[in-house]
Each structure stands twice: as C-alpha cells, then as structure tokens.
Design a protein around this ligand. Structure first.
Ligand code: F55
Length: 806
C-alpha cells in the first residue's frame, strides 16, 4: 500500500475534519465524514492526476451529452487499490465505510444506456492507461426523480447539487472559454481571402468542472470535464469586442443572466426521441464549442503545427448530439487558424469518429435550418457549404439519382440531418452490436455504406466489470478469486477457466448460496421501499431499463396476467414461485409508456393482494430506478428479461451485467443478445420470438394482423380483454390506450405476435429452475463466458481500430 499510510491517514483525516467542520469525528454525520474522506483522497491523488495530464502520444476526447457515473467513492477506492485498507482503518476509527458510500449522491446526469456506456468507457480508458477524457455538461438538475402516486409516475426535479458543489469536482475558472450564440456574420476580404467576422453575438462562458477518472491499480487518472454555463467574467471583456453589448438596464442584465444560466440547467429527459427544442440545440453547441476550444488551447501549448492535429487528437462523438463538432472544428481551423477549406476538411475527417446508437427513425436528430441559422449563423454557413460540396460529389458519382442523393444530403426538407453530417464529417462510423451494425449497413445507412464501406465497423458494447461485478457482487468476486486466482480482474477472458467447475457440486452449491444472500439483501430493500414481503426462494425475474414500447415491458406484464389466470384456474399448478421485478422511468411526455407503468402497478396491487396466489406470484415495481439501485438488483437476479422487438434494441448493456452475475437470460435474438448467444449457445439461455429478417419483412411488406391473432387465440384474447373489462381496477383510460395500440393500431412492436412463443419460453425457464443443480451450472457457464463483455475489450477495439489506427 503506497498511497495510504495508516498513521498518517488517521491524522490527516482528523485534521481535515477539524478544518472543514470544526468538529470531532464522533460528532460528525455521514455526509461530513464522506466529505472529509474525499477531501483527503483528492489531495492524495493530485500528483498522479497531474502527471497523467502530461503530453501524450495521442489523446482521445469522448464527447457525450450525458454521463451516468453512479456513485464514485467505492469505485475510486477499488481502483486506487485501497478499498480493503480504508475499510479497516475507518473501522478502527469507529466509522462504517458503507454509511459513507450510501451518503454519496448518485449523479443522474444521463437517461439510460447511452450515458451509462459513456461512464463505463471512461473507467476502461483510465484502467487501460489510455489518455482518454470525457467532455460533457454539468447539469444543475439531472434526470427527474420518479415518484409513484397511485401507480402513476410523477416527476420531481433532481436537485442533486443542492446549491453546493459535487464532492469529486474541481472547478477550473482560469480554463473557461466563450461560446457565441446568435448575431450576424460578415464575410470581409482580407489579404485576398474572405474572412468571417461574427458580431452582435451573445457570449456565454463555459466553466470547466473536472472529475478524476481513476484507472484500476495503474496509477493513471484521466479527466471528465463538465462545463457549466455562466455570464462571462470581467476579464473576458477585452476579447468580446464584437459581442452584443447593450446589457445596460437591470432588466437586460437579468435576462442575459437567465440566458446563460439556462443552458446547463437541466438534462433533457428523453431517451429515444429528439425534442427539437432550441434550448437543446444551445446545449449541444455549448458542449461542442467549449470542448473543441479547450482541445485547441491545450494542443497549442505543446504543438506548433495545427495542420498536424490529427496525429495527436481523436475526437469521438457519442451519438449525434455532439455532431456540431464537425462544423465547429471546421470553423476553428478556418476562421481562427486560417487554414483553407480542403485542408480543414481533411483534418476534420481524420480527427472525428462517430457512434450510432439507434435505428429508430424518431430518434434521428434533425434540426430546422431556420433555428440553426439564427442561433449559429457561422456554423450554418459551414454546414451549407459542406452540403453543397457533398451533393456536387454525389452528382458526379451517381448522376441525377435524386432519391439517393436526397437521403444522403446533409440538408433536406428544411432540416439538417445530424446523422448524415456525422457520417460525412468523420472517418469511422460504428454500430454497437453485430446485428445493429449490419442493419445500419444494409438498411438504414445503406447508401452511405455503399459509397464509403471502409468507414463502417462494429464495436459491440461492454460494461465495466469492476463496478458491475467486483463492487456490486463482492461475494461472487471472492469466490472467483478463490477458484481461479485474481488475474481475471485485469483480463476478464480468464473467467473462461471457471468452466472447469461446471460439474463440481460444491462450487455450484456455493454459487447458489451467494445468489441466495444477494436475494435476501434485495428482499430487504424491497420490503423497506414497497412495504411488501417477498418470497426469497422464488425466482427473481427482472426487467430494468427505460420504459419504451419497443422494449416490451407490456409483453412481460401480459404474461404475468396470463400466469395469474393459469394459477386461478388451477391452484395446484406445478410452478416455481416467481417474483417479477420492474424498474423503469418513462419520458415525461411519453403517454403510452406512462400507461404501461400504471398497468404494472395496478396489476401488482391486484395480484399481491390476492391470497389465492400469495405463495406463487408477486409483482414489484421499484420506484426511481437508477445506477445505485441497479447495483443491488442485478446480483440478486435469476432471470434477465431482454425481450425487445427484434432489430429495435441496438445493443442493450444490462443483458451483459446480468450474465456476468449469473442470471439466465430470456431473450429475443436482438442487439447484443446475439453475441451472448454466440458465447453460450441455446443450452444456456432461453430464446424466443421473431427473427430479424421476419421483423424486417413484416415492416416492409406487411402481412401481420394483430386483430386476427386476437380473435383466434384464447390466451391472447383473455389478457387483452382484461385491459378493458374492469378485471384490473383503475386503468380505464390506460387500459384503453394500450388496447388500442395492440388491436386498433395493429401492434407495431409485435407483442401479440411473439406472445405464445414467450409463454413457452417462460415455461421453459420454470422447468429449468426446477432442476437447481442444472440451473446453477448454466449460471456458472454464463459467468465464465461473460468476459468478452467487459468494456475493456470494447475500448481496446476502439483504440486499435479507430483512435490509434494510422
Ligand atoms: C438519449 C437522448 C436522445 Cl435525444 C436519444 C437517445 C438517448 C439515449 O439515452 N439512448 C440510449 O440510451 N440508447 C441506447 O444506447 C445503448 C448504448 O449503446 C444501447 O445499448 C441501447 O440499445 C440503446 O437503446
């Protein structure tokens, strides 16, 4: 232990406590103890952090509109290699580390998979000693807190900062920059060249707040830099010559302050459709401009030739939200660094790479040109020029194939298509799982793929096994250490050697015991939160993810309803007791999703209060699902529900977390479920449902009638009718809405089409669970083959095949 000397640490801790709070340890509450500990740790890591920032061969900047970090204390202690030591030292001081862990805020600066992926990637880049840093926004309010009121979702603002600062952040006011909005652009001639002069703009200051991202036992620390918006400080005034400078009146000054503050005020709570709001556009440009200016400032400190910036810098844009990186990089290279168009364009493409996370049309960002023109006049000029030159190129290549050119253009029908801009302005476009990338190449982005096939590649997602196994499931981690040693922690492919224990009944017993303990812990949480006792010996069947029609929580609910009927009809039914657990937030404006939440809650009410099925069936909806709750749920899960309409879930990442914790997956062959299947085969997971080609064919050629299915199938009719016949109380409106989506609007997500198949698959789960020894063996095989889903593997691929590729 180099970082922590016990005697020294205790002394520093007491001194820091005294300095911060003028209190003794005995008097302090958990927040004060936490704050003290973090302050001591921050001092200790400062030197490593500084050293990690020194000039590097190549630096990666990961731009993302959201980062869903989770709590940091335990993860940082683990990665620093001092978790056990600190636990012991604190214990000697009569402090329980767990209390401090739970006192930390869980910053909800993301919606779901995309933001969490970004956080896992940061962990992996640092752990692999890759100089890779995040750029994001320091939202004052994160994703809303979800309350359930009479089974309805109610959104409460997430005031996570509480007018204080975040314990892990360091503000860097001297590294602030100015982002310009609105105004006009004049092109004036200078030395025979046209120069863009931006005037009357509204300047907003972007202030960096840095969070250390600590690598795993490698003395390496990267930075997540989040920008907060503010009005410019006085010292910026001399360089704001051309800005709008009429903030004389009190009213104007207030308005201006509001304009600036508003930008980093709140995270948009949509996880799948683009809100199209001007404030969102401001956020996107704010992030991009602040980030790229920051990169330029750092680069120019150590390098003279801006024309070689691609040798030292990679910019990765995570989905299209930061896609204004393309014109912003062009702008800085041309307007500030005075390069010509062609050189600037080549550099831009060499620097930028792009990840697509969805094929859903409603999630594809398009910005109205009028909006961009007014808010970002210079950026719009550049986008127009990119479009003009690109169309000229396409014309030369494809003649007048207007259909083709129309789908590929950056500007069409008064909109800027951000995906097209990202593809054209980058050298690499990747999907997030095999099937997803294939669908991009063959369907959604077909024309681009045919035009520039070399740009396209797949990077199947991964998860930080340090957080999702080592921290969240310490007992399982320990068992693995005992069986195969510790080297899997740095190379998860070594988990494979667990397979040799697949017939070792002692090991399988042990595995079951661990799952049982984790289930007991989760049961306590559920009892506490939902005031309901659940059977710890029942199958814990879990679906946790954002609520969306394509993820088909509805199908899960209808199946529960089906089981309930079966049990009522036949009280002696031979079935393993089951507890269905849900966690899901709905976007506030997504009415259908909210209806499904209400349905699940009312179903839970009805079933949980029916003594006839008391020992067999329970339904739990956990409020306010997020990272911290996931860490408790996943290790306690027996069955992982990954039941999206095939082709719709780009990858999924909870599927990987569950697998790594020994849950058995029930799944469609969608997203990364396919790669999971590649690893463990039919024998170790339960598949059902339409295949990708069937879904694509139905979507293209029709041929599916949900109403026919409904009329001809007793089981389907029974559960669908229950939505509207009063069988489930208090869902008059919601039940009707759902009924209509299934019958009147022909069941867009094939819930009824896959229903019977799903029932069979669920029966199979039941039968498999009855043979406990066999179930445990499957669990072991899942864990043993989950190593490939560490985000360390994913990040190595990004590094070798995109960022460091020459
Ligand atoms: C957030 C904002 C907008 Cl405007 C659109 C989408 C989102 C968002 O959160 N998307 C998201 O989470 N996508 C998910 O990304 C994961 C990581 O790649 C995938 O595993 C998952 O399939 C995909 O839905």
């Amino acid at each position: 232990m180099t970082l922590i000397n016990k005697k020294e640490f205790k002394l520093e801790f007491r001194n820091q406590m005294d300095f911060l709070y003028k209190q003794t340890i005995e008097e302090a509450n958990s927040e004060q103890l936490l704050n003290t500990l973090v302050t001591v740790l921050k001092c200790k890591i400062d030197n490593i952090w500084k050293e990690s920032r020194l000039d590097k061969e190549k630096e990666v900047y990961y731009f993302c509109i959201e980062f869903l970090l989770g709590r940091q204390l335990e993860s940082n202690l683990l990665n620093l290699g001092v978790l056990e030591d600190i636990k012991l030292i604190l214990k000697e001081m009569d402090i329980n580390l767990e209390d401090l862990v739970n006192a930390e805020v869980d910053p909800a600066l993301g919606n779901g998979g995309l933001g969490r992926l970004a956080a896992c990637f940061l962990d992996s880049m640092a752990s692999l000693s890759i100089s890779g840093h995040g750029y994001g926004i320091r939202y004052e309010y994160g994703l809303f807190e979800q309350k359930l009121v009479n089974g309805h979702q109610v959104e409460v603002p997430d005031n996570w900062l509480k007018e204080e600062s975040y314990i892990w952040e360091t503000v860097r006011p001297n590294k602030a920059s100015i982002v310009k909005f609105g105004g006009q652009v004049d092109l004036v001639e200078k030395n025979g060249k046209l120069k863009a002069i931006h005037k009357n703009y509204i300047p907003v200051m972007a202030v960096p707040y840095d969070i250390p991202i600590i690598g795993y036992k490698n003395e390496y620390i990267n930075t997540l830099r989040l920008f907060k918006s503010d009005v410019p400080r006085k010292d910026f005034e001399p360089i704001l010559k051309e800005s709008k400078n009429s903030y004389g009146s009190y009213h104007d000054a207030l308005q201006y302050r509001y304009y600036a503050d508003e930008i980093s005020q709140v995270l948009y709570p949509n996880d799948s459709n683009d809100a199209g709001k001007i404030l969102r556009l401001k956020q996107e440009y704010f992030l991009v401009s602040a980030g790229i200016q920051d990169i330029f400032r750092k680069y120019k400190k150590n390098n003279r030739d801006i024309g070689k910036i691609y040798e030292k810098i990679s910019i990765h844009i995570n989905d299209t939200h930061p896609s204004l990186c393309v014109p912003e990089l062009m702008r800085l290279l041309m307007d500030e660094e005075e390069l010509g168009w062609d050189e600037a364009w080549e550099i831009t493409k060499r620097v930028i790479s792009y990840t697509n996370h969805t094929i859903m049309a409603e999630a594809m960002e398009r910005w109205n040109i009028q909006m961009i023109k007014e808010l970002l006049p210079r950026i719009y000029m550049i986008i127009e020029e990119i479009n003009k030159r690109y169309i000229r190129k396409l014309n030369n290549k494809y003649g007048n194939d207007f259909d083709k050119i129309g789908t590929m253009a950056v500007i069409s029908a008064d909109n800027v298509n951000m995906a097209n801009l990202s593809i054209i302005g980058s050298h690499s476009v990747n999907g997030v799982a095999k099937l997803h990338t294939e669908i991009l190449k063959k369907e959604v982005l077909k024309n681009f793929y045919e035009d520039e096939p070399f740009k396209f590649n797949n990077k199947t997602n991964g998860i930080a096994h340090r957080r999702w196994l080592m921290l969240s499931n310490p007992r399982l981690s320990k068992l693995i250490n005992e069986l195969i040693g510790e080297s899997w922690q740095k190379d998860t492919l070594e988990l494979k050697s667990l397979e040799k224990y697949q017939d070792d009944s002692r090991v399988l017993q042990e595995l079951e015991l661990i799952k049982q303990e984790n289930k007991r812990n989760l049961s306590k949480i559920i009892t506490q939160k939902n005031e309901i006792n659940i059977n710890e010996n029942s199958i814990f069947d879990v679906q946790i993810k954002r609520l969306h029609a394509y993820k088909r929580q509805l199908m899960n609910a209808l199946h529960i309803l089906h089981m309930y009927h079966e049990l009522l009809d036949n009280p002696n039914l031979n079935m393993e007791p089951r507890t269905f657990i849900f966690g899901a937030k709905a976007a506030p404006g997504y009415y259908f999703a909210k209806c499904v939440i209400k349905l699940i809650n009312e179903l839970a009410q009805k079933i949980n209060n029916d003594v006839r099925v008391k020992d067999k069936l329970r339904v739990v909806f956990l409020e306010n699902y997020g990272v911290s709750l996931a860490e408790k749920i996943i290790p306690a899960t027996n069955v992982s529900e990954q039941i999206s309409t095939t082709t719709k879930e780009a990858s999924g990442t909870s599927n990987m977390k569950f697998m790594m914790n020994g849950a058995i997956t029930i799944a469609t062959l969608d997203g990364a479920n396919i790669e999971i299947h590649d690893q463990i085969g039919d024998e170790n997971m339960v598949l059902f449902g339409l295949k990708a080609n069937q879904v694509l064919e139905y979507s293209k050629f029709g041929g599916y009638s949900s109403a026919d299915l409904y009329s001809n199938n007793f089981y389907i009719k029974r559960v669908v009718d229950d939505l509207v016949n009063g069988f489930i109380p208090n869902i008059l409106e919601e039940g009707r809405e759902i009924y209509n989506s299934l019958i009147t609007y022909n069941d867009e997500f094939f819930v009824l089409r896959d229903f019977e198949n799903y029932i069979e698959a669920q029966k199979k789960i039941n039968d498999l669970y009855m043979d406990k020894n066999h179930w445990n063996k499957m669990a072991l095989i899942n864990i043993a083959n989950s190593g490939i889903f560490s985000s360390d593997r994913t990040i190595k691929e990004y590094a070798n095949e995109i960022w460091y590729k020459r």
